[in-house]
Design a protein around this ligand. Structure first.
Ligand code: CMC
Length: 428
């Protein structure tokens, strides 16, 4: 492999060092190019920009490979739990039994939010979107955990991470209870991570929710599959905010805001709305695909396509199988899953999608799995956020512990007006 690439501009040759990743990925280091040439690189939407070196998650979008810390997602989906996967993603290896027990105890001890935080919910109207509440409430953690606003040692980060991973689920369940005007539930010591979340979502003062192991396992799986996905929009947002030195809580709150959009985490809601629209309008999936292909009103086949995967998203394969299995175990049918399967089969044979390498992504089947286990649609993107918290923490840690990290500050190519004079108001 050459050590430098050469770039010619205005008759001068510049040398760009070649950087090779552990999986053979090639990059060109352009960090000195501006200083040497005065020119910037233009890359709308960062489709070809590596914003950092990272050791957390590996994706091969052409082959449909996803690994956290080197471990294939298929193995984690089959053998791990969300709590163990969270530890792996943040700390870089699987925990020993003692480390796992310690972390689990920390999650249990930190599950309850400060009692005063509960009063914040009174400021939100009933019916407020749970993602808006979640982002605000994660930010509010900064006001209650002043000890963690500056983290200078790993043990402090471990405590802050346990607090955030544990409390995000309490805050999320409380957001849902608020959104439907129901009383909030306290976490219980005897429940594991997913069971506790389901209890806080669905128990009522007069009626305890007894978590079904099939439902809890499906939720575990969903969260494992969402734990990290390298430099996506929300994670890049977290790293961008973290690069200014912002604390862990506020950096992750910004990730929730980025995740909310329909082209990112909000796609899991958009998929269900699309499937419902097709079902209720009586339209055939084939007719809907024609509209997509004709770009009528800019509609897209939601849950299809990905910036990185130009092959099957491995998470969508696992989720499709899981949705089918869970529905069978719970003796349920979902006509939306039938519509999704028909749409997918047609799209995968259609030139429009084949030529553009558009395959089902994680959001195509995740909504049907969440519906099967009784999660309300408004909470789908919130569930994505709970799953992604370990990834955001891991990226925050990677950024924070890198002695060479700099404040993120992209450049631009200015295309506005050239200099012109201020016109007094009476002359305009
Ligand atoms: N349906 C129809 N056409 C599509 C779709 C789609 N879902 N996705 C991309 N295209 C077309 C697009 O119109 C363009 O066509 P043309 O070459 O004729 O202009 C071509 O494919 C390339 O699209 P792009 O927008 O340049 O691709 P991108 O890499 O910028 O966008 C994406 C990636 C995920 C935003 C996009 O595929 C999309 O909008 N998908 C639907 C929304 C969705 O499912 N989002 C979840 C993404 S995965 C989870 C996550 O990251 O949160």
């Amino acid at each position: 492999m050459a050590e430098v690439a050469k770039l010619e501009l205005n008759g001068k040759t510049y040398e760009l060092p070649v950087v090779v990743g552990t999986e053979g990925q090639i990059g060109l280091d352009i960090s000195r190019f501006y200083k040497e040439s005065g020119a910037v690189m233009l890359d709308d939407g960062y489709g070809n920009t590596a914003s950092c070196k990272s050791a957390i998650t590996y994706i091969d979008g052409d082959k449909g490979i996803l690994r956290y810390r080197g471990i294939p997602i298929e193995q984690l989906a089959e053998k791990s739990t969300f709590v163990e996967t969270a530890w792996l993603v943040i700390w870089g290896r699987l925990p020993t039994p003692e480390e796992a027990a310690h972390f689990s105890e920390q999650l249990t001890l930190n599950a309850a939010i400060h009692e005063d935080l509960r009063h914040h919910y009174e400021g939100f109207p009933t019916g407020a979107p749970p993602m808006a509440i979640l982002s605000a409430m994660i930010n509010a953690l900064s006001c209650y955990h002043g000890d963690y606003l500056s983290i200078d040692e790993e043990s402090k980060l471990e405590a802050a991470a346990a607090r955030l991973i544990s409390q995000v689920r309490t805050l999320a369940a409380a957001s849902y209870r608020k959104s439907i005007g129901a009383p909030m539930n306290y976490p219980r010591r005897n429940f594991k991570y997913c069971e506790n979340f389901l209890h806080m979502m669905f128990s009522n003062p007069y009626d305890d929710y007894i978590p079904d192991p099939v439902v809890a396992r499906a939720l575990n799986l969903f969260l494992i599959l969402h734990a990290d996905h390298e430099q996506n929009c929300s994670t890049s947002t977290v790293r961008m905010v973290a690069s200014s030195g912002a604390n862990l809580f506020t950096s992750c709150a910004s990730g929730v805001s980025a995740l909310w959009g329909p082209l990112h985490g909000g796609a899991n809601v958009a998929v269900i709305e699309m499937l419902k629209h097709i079902g209720e309008s009586g339209m055939r999936p084939k007719e809907f695909l024609e509209k997509v292909k004709n770009k009528e009103n800019h509609i897209r086949l939601m849950g299809f396509g990905h910036r990185v995967y130009k092959n099957f998203d491995p998470r969508s394969k696992i989720l499709r199988q899981a949705a089918n299995d869970v529905l069978a175990k719970l003796h349920k049918n979902d006509e939306l899953l039938d519509i999704a399967q028909e749409l997918s089969e047609l799209a995968l044979r259609d030139d429009y999608f084949v030529e553009r390498k558009l395959y089902p992504n994680v959001d195509f089947y995740s909504g049907t799995l969440l519906r099967a286990i009784g999660i309300p649609v408004d909470m789908f993107t919130v569930l994505f956020a709970i799953g992604r918290i370990p990834g955001w923490i891991a990226h925050w840690r990677e950024n924070h512990s890198n002695p060479h990290s700099k404040i993120n500050r992209p450049r631009q190519i200015y295309i506005g007006k050239t200099e012109n004079d201020y016109v007094p108001r009476d002359k305009r």
